[in-house]
Ligand binder design. Sequence first.
Ligand SMILES: NC(=O)c1ccc[n+]([C@@H]2O[C@H](COP(=O)([O-])OP(=O)(O)OC[C@H]3O[C@@H](n4cnc5c(N)ncnc54)[C@H](OP(=O)(O)O)[C@@H]3O)[C@@H](O)[C@H]2O)c1
Length: 323
Amino acid sequence: MVGALLGDRAGGDVRTSPHSVRPVIRPRTREAPGAARIKAARPASRARWAGRGLWTAYDGRVRRDPPTERGSTVEIEGSVVLVTGANRGIGRALVGEFLARGAARVHAAARNPAALGPVVAEDPSRVVPVEVDLTAPDTIAAAAEAASDVTLLVNNAATHAVGHLLEMDLALVEDVMRTNYLGTLRVLRAFAPVIERNGGGAVVNVISVGAFGGTPALGGYPASKAALHSMTQAVRQDLAPRGISVHGVFPGPVDTDMLAYVLEHEPQFGEVPLATTAEVARATVDGLAADAEDIFPDSFAVGVGELWSRDPKAVERWLTEFG
Ligand SMILES: NC(=O)c1ccc[n+]([C@@H]2O[C@H](COP(=O)([O-])OP(=O)(O)OC[C@H]3O[C@@H](n4cnc5c(N)ncnc54)[C@H](OP(=O)(O)O)[C@@H]3O)[C@@H](O)[C@H]2O)c1
């Protein structure tokens, strides 16, 4: 089944074949799955959608308009970025990637700013440490005050827990939802006005391919990522008129502390190729620069994304049977 997900790339090792890694970019002009239903809808309902600028009926066909008029690229060079969970893993690699791509400043956020020393040392003139704990609203509000120049927000920080939902400690499930869903929403609510005041920009939510199926052994984590995916879709429409584009990133397994913890308990997750943080960061920024709404930043994720677009039930089956 791994082969089915990876397609032709099943034999490739993403650690040694970085060139096989590419973000999947879903063009915004692609007809949405619900288009046929919208076409058949009563004229009043159609007018309501068209009135919101989301759908336009013409020549008997229905097409989806780009949600914003602001052009088709996101400027990385000269941008001011804030990355949560920047002290290690994918977050740390994202800081390095934004620096390499010419960001004017990167606010590196961590719940323990003392852990940011090596990240700041990468470029002390452009990396600014800031405290953000997703479960401590006061730190989020203070960060939005301190980092008032942000134009690109990367919601990367997240937590996880293993266990089966029907038996595990409910406090762990609550912690994952409070952190990954509510905490991320809090950061987004604090920074959307900041980005808007700075003339618009972008929000990147690091989700997971796990959002497409409820892997039983991973407790509340897949549900928190499914909720974040849903939030990403919802706020995309709300923020477009405010000049802010919203992007979802769906990595497969990545070689980080988070995955190491999962492998300790569920070794079968090591059966698929692991991406490196550097390649995920590079493909994420590539996808952002290309204004992709959905970014699949590694070989495994590309396979999942392709299967999901033609057979979402197959992805769900695979993810639920995996752990
Ligand atoms: N690794 C994978 O296989 C994989 C796959 C798909 C998606 N992802 C996603 O990628 C993102 C980064 O994960 P990673 O693999 O790099 O994990 P990681 O190495 O475990 O790093 C997680 C980061 O999130 C921070 N964090 C956790 N709880 C926090 C809180 N309450 N407030 C602020 N920061 C908090 C951690 O800070 P501390 O150092 O203080 O704990 C750390 O900086 C996450 O959204 C994860 O869900 C990972």
